[in-house]
Design a protein around this ligand. Structure first.
Ligand SMILES: [Cu+2]
Length: 137
């Protein structure tokens, strides 16, 4: 077979050999309905306590998904800065509940990280003497 003289020539040759038809039919096979792309849906635990303003006020969330879930106070933090905490949901944990104090000693979640097993509940409680906070993810 003679050496193609240019990329354009090679592409034209490929089209003439049926690549164009394959492209027109929907491209590569993984996009065909007979072989759909498997989309893995990552379930993210989302929650928002709203404003916690009264000492002793609680907020709970049940975590059904294994993973590490950061959260924050919308008044004093962001997902990456300031008043934040982490819930680790790990099947190897035996803990079915966890308690976190909100605003204890300042704008903190205490402890800042808790570990529970899937299906378990975390309860956040607004500390006495605390300013208002949220528990947000
Ligand atoms: Cu806060």
């Amino acid at each position: 077979m003679p050496r193609p003289r240019s990329i354009a020539f090679t592409f034209a040759l490929a089209l003439s050999l049926g690549l164009g038809a394959a492209l027109a039919a929907g491209g590569c096979s993984k996009n065909k309905t007979t072989n759909p792309v498997t989309t893995t849906t990552t379930t993210t635990e989302t929650f928002n306590s709203g404003t916690l303003s009264t000492a002793g006020q609680t907020f709970t969330h049940t975590f059904n998904t294994a993973g590490t879930f950061g959260y924050y106070c919308s008044f004093h933090g962001t997902p990456t800065t300031g008043m934040r905490g982490t819930v680790v949901v790990d099947a190897s944990s035996s803990a079915t509940t966890a308690a976190v104090s909100v605003g204890s000693g300042g704008n903190f979640f205490v402890p800042s990280s808790v570990t529970i097993k899937p299906g378990s509940t975390v309860t956040w409680t607004l500390a006495a003497g605390s300013v208002t906070h949220t528990v947000t993810r």
